[in-house]
Every structure is written in C-alpha cells, then in structure tokens.
Design a binder for this molecule. Sequence first.
Ligand code: HEC
Length: 182
Amino acid sequence: MILLLLALACGGEAPAPPAPTTEEAPKAPGPSGLPMGEHRALRMAMLQTLQERLGDAYAAPVPGLDEADLAQGEALYRAHCLRCHGETGRGGPDASSLVPHPSDLSHPGKARFFSDAGRLEIIRAGFTGTAMQGYGEGQGAGVDLSEAQLKAVYAHVRSLRAPAPEGARFHDSPDAGPAKRP
Ligand code: HEC
C-alpha cells in the first residue's frame, strides 16, 4: 500500500509488474539426448497414433511377414537404415547426432514396445517428432519401398531383436503384440 502510494505520488503511473525471478532450470538430457522422459512421451504418443490409425490391425499378426525375404531385407537395411540403426540395431554412425537417438532394435524389451504391425507402419510412414522418415511410397524418405520390400526390411529388423526371456514382462511394453521369437 505504501509502495502504491509512493508510486502514485511519483507521477501517477502504476508500478511495473515484478520481474520474473525464478526461471525453470533446464532439464538434463536423458540417454536419448532429449530431456528425461520426453523420448518416452514421444513413443507413447506414437503408440496412440498407430493404434488409432491401424485399429484392430495394430495388434493382429501381419499377413506374409513370416514369409518375407530376409536376404532382400538385409540388403535394403544396409542400403537405407544402417547409418542410423547400425549393423546390430544398436545404433550406426549417425545415431549419436540425432535427438532422440534411435532406440536399440536388438533390445528384448524396447523392440517389443510397438507391435509388428506398428513397427511396419513406422517404417512405412515415419515416426512423428524424430529423424525417422517413412520409406513407403510417397513418404518422407523418398525411397518408395513396395509393401513386399517393407515387410522384407522389417523381417530383418525383427531378426535383430534378442529373444524375450521366458515369462518376461517388460515395463515399457504396453503391447508386445503378436511378436514371435526370431
Ligand atoms: C536418419 C536416421 C534414421 C534412418 C535412416 C532410419 N531410422 Fe529408423 N528410427 C530413427 C529414429 C530417430 C527413430 C525414433 C526413435 C526411437 O527409436 O524411439 C527410429 C525408429 C525406428 C523404428 C521403431 C523403433 C522401435 O522401438 O520399434 C523402427 C522399427 C525403425 N526405425 C526401422 C528403420 C528401418 C527399417 C529403416 C530403413 C528402411 C530406418 N529405420 C531408417 C532413425 C532412423
């Protein structure tokens, strides 16, 4: 009150709003290069998008996946995916410069976070908010893989995944989908 009176006394102008004193401390980056928790949030958002886009097909087995040509898939993977995902799926030469870094495709839990149909759709259409472009026809990567080629490259990706230990339940796998052991 006294301050207000003083302010009014010195020319009648309202006192300036207080300057912000506390700024939020920047969050420390987590292992993916994004602030802690944000990579998981992106993956949860992508999961929801995929479930909405694919409906029942999200959790259903992918027809033809088990007959896909693994040799063709490996060649496609080397040509298009290796630089980011690496030989074993744990990250290639470009991985550390990306934010978020690509997840470990060989990890028994992380590589079951999305269903087979969901991962195939990521390869076809991309992963929102990350460097992962779509490789299907007319999609961001500009590579235009056919459906058979998409299945082949995903069959190779799935073969990189370590088997789930007997009876394992992964805290980050809300839907293990119809995934089979390689
Ligand atoms: C420019 C780098 C880059 C290239 C090239 C790339 N990816 Fe990715 N990929 C990413 C990033 C980044 C993500 C998203 C972050 C994550 O994995 O959580 C991702 C996500 C994925 C996922 C989902 C991860 C999961 O947990 O299941 C799959 C599957 C995948 N990529 C396969 C491929 C395949 C197959 C190719 C080649 C046709 C490819 N990627 C090419 C960077 C790349």
